[in-house]
Write a protein that binds this ligand. Sequence first.
Ligand code: FDA
Length: 426
Amino acid sequence: MRVRQRNRTSTPSFSTANFCPTLASVSHCIRTISREAPLSRSFDVLILGAGAAGLFCAVEAGNRGRRVAVLEHADRLGKKILISGGGRCNFTNIHTSPDNFISANPHFAKSALARFTPADFLALVQKHRIPYHEKTLGQLFCDHSASDISNMLESECRAAKVQIFLNTRVTEVRRSTEFILCSDSDEFRAPVLVVATGGLSIPKMGATSFGYELARQFGLGIIPTRPALVPLLFNRSDHHRYSELAGVSVEVLASSAGGISFREKMLFTHRGLSGPAILQISSYWKEGQPLHLDLAPDRRATALLRASNRRNLAAARKALQEILPNRLAARWLEFHAPSTYTNPALDAFERELHDWTLTPGATEGYEKAEVTSGGVDTRELSGKSMESRQVPGLFFIGEVVDVTGQLGGFNFQWAWASAAAAGRSL
Ligand code: FDA
């Protein structure tokens, strides 16, 4: 038995989910014993990561009578749930379909999504009497707070007798006849290990590359990761031209080089572009590629201009201000005014407005990304159970897997669906 880094001074691990007095005293034992000799703890299932996927998988497996431990290195569970959806958690989308997901293997998510639907998760939300509403486009949000969802998962874990060990940093994973996970102070053993460590986005909230490293350690492939659902940065010349528009918002049709389009709001920032349209298209954008923005979908800027007998810059500004925010209209004309006011020149002006082609410099990176695209290669996993095809007993669920949802509650739906697929197969 090897336990590394046992130099902690604070409580190394404790359970929050199972509050029975016996366990409370066991937790107390951990505190006192851990510096003397490591504890070895046996379970049926070990789950790494107490986020959306890990907690939900724990509930499903616990309800099937499995003795489940969830190991989490942060000091509280479900941190990302708490900040999601602007604090209200967009916990699912009633229109979820496999088309809402990006993966190198687009068919992979179908089975899990079909077997655990938004209606299934909604039934749980309703059972807990959590008030919710549909905001737009099938997106369901809590009326009050995202903590309703994390509290619900914690309470389900408690009912399923799941043990959650917070502040537990796993330093080593081995496999002999079963999986052995060594934390700073204890050793956890089980025949099944579920990896639910999420992606790389928002490192300050506890995101790590541990899940990917573990996958590599056991010989699984990784589809290269990159930030997704993330604001984009202007290149140098666009920064110079448009950064003063920070705060301006406009509905656009944003299209990627691959022809995917989203019609939603776009926001100018001091550094680049954000808002739902840009977050959505960012997941399909690759460095060096152009983006195409229709700044006035379904509108004709030159209609008024052509009808009037005054064709000049002032008339063009007036016409443009009818369909764009004033600041944007003025700045657009500074750089894209019609060269003349002939019909062909107005055609070109109109075309440019509907196909602003710009090449972003970069994304804002994992610090600002809502999710990570790429991850554990799904060709290595069973679509029914999320179990590794090569390493029996090893499962990957949630964001660590190469399945990335679009904006709008799809990423949580994938967390629940993949967790249910794994939990119900244990
Ligand atoms: P998640 O990241 O939730 O959990 C992983 C857990 O593993 C974390 O608790 C982490 O601390 C732990 N961990 C990592 N490494 C570890 C290690 N080595 N040892 C132990 N524990 C470890 N999606 C959506 O559908 N609707 C929404 O409204 C939003 N909103 C939103 C806002 C913001 C700001 C962000 C950053 C993201 C969202 N998302 C979202 C995305 C959503 O939060 C995300 O897809 C899910 O939380 C993924 O769930 P997982 O359980 O896979 O990972």
